[in-house]
Design a binder for this molecule. Structure first.
Ligand SMILES: NC(=O)c1ccc[n+]([C@@H]2O[C@H](COP(=O)([O-])OP(=O)(O)OC[C@H]3O[C@@H](n4cnc5c(N)ncnc54)[C@H](O)[C@@H]3O)[C@@H](O)[C@H]2O)c1
Length: 444
């Protein structure tokens, strides 16, 4: 089948590549000409495990192509996937300008039936806006062309995106036309063989399902972070509490890890956007506001622990930071807790020596050259002469480090662990001052 994907970012590139992998003829359209050129030349603009090989394979087979020409995109696919960004607007609501720009260009160029599929995460009612936009442009052109608008939110996780797309938990299709459900069922059939994962519903419910999923996951994280702060004040160990509650099948073990807050391109903006949607219709979404507030506070917790340990005297100190990406197996630093930490350290006059297995280029792109940031090429190099180590992202490579080497390289044996990767007893025995999340009773 012929498929066009607008947006060659994390979602668009993975969607396009996976649809090409199962034999479809896919054209990816991105207005970022630099990105498109890079992809045309065989480069990959993002890090996502397994993606590069699949892009190369499908490009070589002629099933996956890239362009910056929207007219070519509209002419190509029966399926027109919109997978562009929906960043937060100034007030936190989802900024739909990129989605509506695609709708506009589809309206301008469309001359036969098309299925327009919102894959971007968009507020309830966006499909109506897309439909209105296309209709308005068609009308202005004096064109009478049939089309449908479908909501098909994406649930992939960065770092496991290929697997998630190839073996989805569910494929949500929101539509008001049964014909489009059947066409999408056919498109998704290679990913739906084992058992039926396709959940079809009305458009508004599909749009809300995506926000509901992310808000629920963010709630679990903020809940555990709230509890971790309570545990410290009450003299309890949050890791023991975690296992204690996770063993209840109604709660489960997943997504209840305490840490230094959630980041990334989805949870922060989606919780905010849902909250704003609620406000717009006069509903005060108190739980969502609390989830967001707890997370903002939690993202400051590492800095607070550092500041407290050094009695507020951070000027001239140097900190080794392990992990910049908002989570392991990605280079994505959008809303990453490491950014909150580094920016607070800089504001206090400290320096940072940072290492991340994949996000170094992204950090360089975001912060450029500055005297108080050294982006070094190994975890060990980050330690040299630093006053303390702060771990922010739980990459596997940081899980079992050589503690002797850490001790030899730091000016003092102090570790702040934002992901509870190490054993407090062992570190104490090894002579470290060790801070983590929800287990620092002695220091509370
Ligand atoms: N990243 C994730 O893990 C994830 C998961 C599920 C859903 N989502 C949602 O999917 C959407 C895309 O997210 P992403 O992380 O892939 O974004 P991204 O920023 O990585 O990519 C978006 C791309 O769209 C391109 N673009 C913007 N306007 C365009 C236009 N008019 N025509 C063609 N291309 C255009 C940009 O140049 C960019 O390359 C968002 O709504 C996001 O919330 C993201």
């Amino acid at each position: 089948m012929k498929v066009t994907i607008y947006g060659s970012g994390y979602v668009g590139l993975v969607t396009g590549t996976c649809l090409a992998e199962v034999g479809n003829d896919v054209l990816c359209v991105d207005i970022d000409e630099r990105k498109t050129k890079m992809l045309q030349d065989g480069g990959i603009p993002i890090y996502e495990p397994g993606l590069e090989d699949l892009v190369k394979k499908n490009t070589a087979a002629g099933r996956l192509r890239f362009t910056s020409d929207p007219a070519e995109g509209t002419a190509h696919g029966l399926f027109q996937f919109i997978a562009v960004g929906t960043p937060p607007d100034e007030d936190g609501s989802a900024d739909l300008q990129y989605v509506l720009a695609v709708a506009n260009s589809i309206g301008e160029h469309m001359d036969e039936y098309r299925i327009i599929i919102d894959k971007s995460t968009v507020p309830v009612g966006t499909a109506d806006k897309v439909r209105d936009k296309v209709n308005a442009v068609l009308k202005a052109r004096g064109a009478d062309v049939e089309f449908d608008v479908v909501s098909n939110p994406e649930f992939l996780k960065e770092g496991a995106a290929i697997d998630d797309f190839m073996k989805p938990d569910r494929i949500v299709i929101g539509t008001d036309n049964p014909r489009t459900t059947e066409l999408l069922r056919a498109l998704y059939s290679p990913f739906n063989r084992n058992h039926n994962r396709l959940v079809d519903m009305d458009i508004r419910s599909a749009e809300l399902t995506k926000y509901a999923a992310n808000a629920m996951l963010a709630t679990k994280i903020s809940f555990m972070n709230e509890l971790s702060n309570l545990a410290e004040l009450l003299g309890a160990d949050i890791e023991k509490v975690r296992v204690g509650i996770g063993s209840d099948p109604r709660i489960g073990y997943s997504f209840i890890y305490p840490g230094c807050g959630y980041g990334g391109s989805c949870f922060p903006k989606d919780v905010q956007a849902l909250e704003r949607t609620a406000n717009e219709i006069g509903y005060n979404a108190e739980l969502l506001s609390a989830v967001e507030a707890v997370n903002l506070r939690q993202k400051e917790i590492l800095f607070q622990k550092v500041n407290q340990h050094f009695n507020g005297e951070l000027k001239g100190k140097t900190f080794a930071i392990w992990g910049l990406a908002f989570k392991p197996n990605t280079d994505d630093m959008r809303a990453a807790p490491a950014r909150t930490l580094m920016e607070a350290l800089w504001a206090a006059g400290a320096k940072v020596q940072a290492y991340d297995p994949e996000a170094m280029e992204e950090a360089q792109r975001i912060y450029g050259d500055r005297d108080d940031l050294s982006l070094v090429d190994s975890a060990d190099a980050a330690l040299a002469g630093a006053d303390a180590l702060v771990t922010v992202t739980e990459w596997n490579v940081f899980r079992s480090p050589d503690f002797n080497l850490i001790k030899e390289n730091l000016t003092q044996p102090v570790i702040f662990d934002g992901r509870n990767m190490y054993d407090p007893e062992q570190l104490k025995a090894d002579g470290f001052t060790y801070y983590s999340i929800g287990r620092d009773t002695a220091h509370a």
